[in-house]
Ligand binder design. Structure first.
Ligand SMILES: Nc1ncnc2c1ncn2[C@@H]1O[C@H](COP(=O)(O)OP(=O)(O)O)[C@@H](O)[C@H]1O
Ligand SMILES: [Mg+2]
Length: 345
């Protein structure tokens, strides 16, 4: 079984690129911009990431930093403004029409806000069957029913009692199970989960996180797990990519990121992550970083150079002049910062 953090750490990393050789999902220089009346929203800028087969990459960062935009761009919903998304060697950005439709089967998403992402007028069984109908791969009626029922059972929904009901009759946690069944019925290889537990009560969060772990094993999934909360991804992610205002500022194996964060923004996030007994920063034994401003700058007019510099206590002239490239600082650990926190290593 692949996918433990140590496997990831041991994966061969070509020295020239710092990228693992066996990536299931490759994100290459992806940019997402929205044209609005106020101007261009720079939601995601030049993001490159790899997700090795069978592993989970968490995308974390505060609200508005472009996580959902990047997640949707992975599925080409909509197509990114520029850049490539490659799933198992197939470049989705080069496909259109029926070829894109077929390729989409391999990458599915559980969208943020389970309740509004489910059509309230449809029965649960029809919602789960939708992907099979669109793909035309569900077989005859009996076969489609068998696949829908099996997927509902896998996520802990009883097809007999739940299949004919509508989403409004279910709790948030149950709706998340329906959304998960809808994504899994196509047996995708990559699953993108956008804030899958953020809207749920803490007790239900644990159930859904456990379910995601089970589904990952059962369906041999490679996962992208989006969350604004670092403490949620701690147990589920093999690697973590920290995003700030549309850019990736640090990527590392989960244990290394918590043990030795190198970007001041990562340190800030860790310092403010709510955990049971105090903050993760306390367990790190590090003094927390305090941002010089709590305002996230507008993605309509992001800061030049390093986008975090307007809030960073370590910022100097070079931070305004040059965008720091993501640089390998240890095996599997990359940071984009002119003044990384060396003392943590
Ligand atoms: N369809 C859209 N049109 C214009 N701006 C958008 C659209 N979707 C998102 N944005 C903006 O893009 C930025 C990133 O949003 P989003 O990807 O939802 O971030 P996150 O998921 O991290 O909260 C935000 O400033 C948001 O307001
Ligand atoms: Mg979002």
């Amino acid at each position: 079984m692949t996918g433990t953090p140590s496997d990831v750490a041991d994966a061969p990393i070509p020295a020239s690129t710092g990228r693992p050789a066996d990536a299931k999902l490759v994100v290459d220089n992806v940019t997402v911009e929205y044209q609005t009346r106020k101007g261009t929203v720079h939601a995601v800028t030049d993001v490159s990431l790899d997700v090795p087969r069978g592993t989970t990459l968490a995308l974390v960062g505060e609200s508005g930093c472009g996580k959902s935009s990047l997640g949707r761009a992975l599925l080409q919903l909509p197509r990114p403004t520029s850049g490539r998304v490659v799933v198992d060697g197939t470049d989705l950005s080069g496909l259109s029409g029926s070829a894109l439709k077929r390729a989409r089967k391999s990458i599915q998403m559980v969208f943020q806000d389970p309740i509004s992402s489910l059509n309230p007028r449809r029965k649960v069984r029809d919602i789960v069957a939708e992907g099979l109908q669109i793909q035309g791969t569900g077989g005859d009626k009996a076969e489609m029913r068998r696949r829908v029922d099996a997927t509902m059972e896998a996520v802990g929904l009883d097809p007999a009692s739940a299949g004919d009901r509508r989403p409004s009759e279910f709790s948030g946690g149950q709706c998340q199970r329906i959304a998960l069944a809808r994504a899994l019925v196509l047996e995708p290889e990559v699953l993108v989960c956008d804030e899958p537990v953020s809207a749920l009560d803490v007790s239900v969060q644990a159930q859904i996180l456990n379910l995601l772990e089970d589904m990952k094993e059962r369906f041999h999934l490679t996962m992208v797990f989006i969350s604004h909360d670092l403490s949620v991804v701690h147990n589920i992610a093999d690697r973590v990519a920290v995003m700030y205002l549309g850019t990736v500022c640090e990527v590392a194996d989960t244990a290394a990121l918590y043990r030795a964060p190198a970007h001041p923004y990562t340190m800030l996030l860790i310092s403010s992550a709510p955990t049971l007994g105090g903050t993760l920063a306390d367990t790190l034994g590090e003094s927390p970083i305090t941002a010089t401003s709590s305002e996230l700058p507008s993605p309509l007019d992001p800061p030049t150079g390093c986008r975090f510099r307007t809030r960073c206590p370590r910022a100097t002239e070079i931070c305004a002049a040059e965008r720091p490239p993501l640089t390998v600082i240890a095996p599997g650990h990359q940071v984009a910062c002119h003044h990384p926190l060396e003392e943590n290593r």
